[in-house]
Design a protein around this ligand. Sequence first.
Ligand SMILES: [Fe+2]
Ligand SMILES: [Fe+2]
Length: 376
Amino acid sequence: MTMNTSRRTLLRSAFVGTAGTALGLTGFGGLNPIAAAAEAPKRARTVAEVIRMTPVEIARESEVVQTAYKVLLKSASQLKDAKVRETVTAILKNPDVTLDLSREADLVKTLKAAGYLGAKGDTVFPPIEKSGRSPQPTWSAPGSGYGSHHAYPGGLVVHVALNVLSAEKLLQSYADNNRCYLSVDDAVGGELLHDLHKPWVFAWQKDNSCRKEETLAMTGEHHVLSLAESMHRGLPATFCTAQACAHEHPGSQKGLELMVGWIKCAAIIAGVDPVEKGYLAKDGKTLPEPFRSEGFVVHLADHDWVLSVPACQWTVEALKRLMREKYGVDAEKRPADFNALRNYVLANLTAMRLHAIRSSEGEEAFAADVARVLKA
Ligand SMILES: [Fe+2]
Ligand SMILES: [Fe+2]
């Protein structure tokens, strides 16, 4: 049986109505604006129409994506320090690269000697125009690599919106439970910018997938490049170190060493001295002590990927079957067309929503939700 929206609503109320109410979870009618945008009536497009759309057009048209982007701008508008607020908002609105791209040849030598380049060879920067113009807006980038989490146009803002709302709630819980009042600017601001260069690193390709990421200083290059951009734009040291924690925290010696490497590598790229700027302690071997808590909030709130990586992978596999059986598009034979359809469906409904429907209500309900946006 296909589950319609009203039956799903009742089911959701049943879950939310018991433990959910006590926990302050919102049921139908109290959905946050991103979930409400996915739930709202949709215009179903044909396969032929979708195949003609670019990833940027798909993201521009998606209510879910544009709502998530507005959530980020709203959160940025609530940051306390005027300069931090302006810088974070400016980056979200225009993720152009301000790093000095003309220094690449020198950077290659320095970073290679320091052991940060790894297999990257003779480049530091992903392909980009000399002007530093971002290949796309913040709101059309995928959330990560094409085999990873939120891998669809607008996935980045959907990912970061959940992270930022998680960071805000975590800050509130630490305040309520522990009288621990942390910096909103560092924790929420660091979260807002933690993946700021994904529009550059994950540029869309001709086959409607995105660029494959390289590693830099032993992590995804987007992390170090995003950190370098924040340093170059003059964001405070406590902000930058909090942002640097997205991929690891300094609570273990190994984590600390990785973080120090990212900060050193990013500072070289940004052309600043990490000790003088206060990102590192005077000996240059550790973060300023005692370690601040805000970075841990950034780290914890970025952990959506634990679920969203497999949820996206499982949903893409389910979409491959559905597209072949119901829509006549075989991903093996027509990869670019399948990618366009996958991008469209996920940008409008999200991989997390579709996985939740498929895992709790079954394949038919999953197919019915896809049919809200795509005509057979
Ligand atoms: Fe990241
Ligand atoms: Fe992230």
